[in-house]
Ligand binder design. Sequence first.
Ligand SMILES: Cc1cc2nc3c(=O)[nH]c(=O)nc-3n(C[C@H](O)[C@H](O)[C@H](O)COP(=O)(O)O)c2cc1C
Length: 108
Amino acid sequence: MRIEVRYFTKTGHTKKLAEGIAKQLEMKAFIKTLNPSNIKEVIVFSSGAFGNAYAPLKKELSAQGLKVSSQEFHCKGTLGFMHKNRPNDKDVNNAAVFAKTAAGKLGV
Ligand SMILES: Cc1cc2nc3c(=O)[nH]c(=O)nc-3n(C[C@H](O)[C@H](O)[C@H](O)COP(=O)(O)O)c2cc1C
């Protein structure tokens, strides 16, 4: 089974997490449109200053016919003076560990 990580980023924080995950799982990061016909399951991850926007994202993914996992990863992201330098190396490592565990649960 092949795993891909795809992301959208405004300021590069999510790219940082995606690259940590991709490195852990030895794969490349993509930003292309998801195709339900060849995707078994989607697992969401992100960073943000406050909460996350998974509810509308998951709704959108489901509406596209994609199976969305109940597993998800989120960490703090810098906003002005809040959460300085986040995501940091520890966040990236946590994302990578999360991805490895999630991949294991998928049997990959
Ligand atoms: C203009 C702007 C608006 C933001 N608004 C929110 C917000 O409403 N809620 C939140 O949790 N984080 C907010 N953030 C923080 C970002 O979600 C956070 O920095 C995140 O890590 C950015 O990830 P990205 O660089 O991959 O886009 C905002 C950041 C910017 C620059």
